[in-house]
Design a protein around this ligand. Sequence first.
Ligand SMILES: [Zn+2]
Length: 311
Amino acid sequence: MKQTIAFLAVAIGLLPYSSACRAAESDNGPVKKALLIGIDGCRFDAVRAADAPNIDRLIDEGALAQPIRIFPARYRGADTISGPGWSNILCGVWADKHGVLDNKFAAPNYEEYPHFFRRLKQARPAAFTASFSDWDAIAQKILRDADVELDASGKDQAYEVGDQQIADAASKLLGEGDPTATMVYFGQVDETGHQDGFHPSVASYVAAIERVDAHIGQLLDAIQSRASRNEEDWLILVTTDHGGSGTGHGGGHDNPEVACSWLVVSGDSAQRGRISGEHGQVDAVPTIFAHLGVEADPAWKLDGTAVGLKQ
Ligand SMILES: [Zn+2]
């Protein structure tokens, strides 16, 4: 695990500068912020079976797209696992573009199709980005070069332990720092699914979702505690990379228990209710960009469209 205290101190140390930017921006309305919460391997029917008041509240105070696609009709060459899934979500393009077909990351095309933090910084160099995860591929391969980064993965460490470290560090930054876009990833639901089964009838799987839901509550409380909260407009997305069936999820293109995800778009600027139509994991990035006022350059060749935002 990387040491992050120094990174967090740097983030919080930037407050005066960021506050100056905020004063300039608030002439045009509230300051837009985005938080993307990723729960690995989380079936939506198990979320519904769980006692998950924080996810429920985000759905009630936002819009829900479910199910959404985890691969496009045009291309089935990537496996139904985390490398392609999180690359779809965080780069905003499908695997025939980003090139991640499995968890080996043999030939990623992230130079041409980078993660959305890099695009955000291109469009707005003063934007501040933060990434918290306990799957090392997120920190080391997919979401590189965030301004603040916690890689809480550890060889002998259970994801439950890493998830707690993530919730603590992320809520500190969300409460006291000034990030423009933050990604928070939790790994224990997928780990539990591989151990005991991905299914709403599996008590330990549902319990893992409930622990992550409590972490999400910690993040939401931190946002609400911000001194500047009343001058801000927070968009909060929650999603997953794939489902699961039995104790696995590879090769699940034709199994709806595996091959679908869901997307919650919540917060001040979110619509309320079900999002109709066909949507996919690649819609998360355009939605964040639309909220932050970043105009996507056609040269980026993003595959998705913004969903769930008030007009
Ligand atoms: Zn998995």
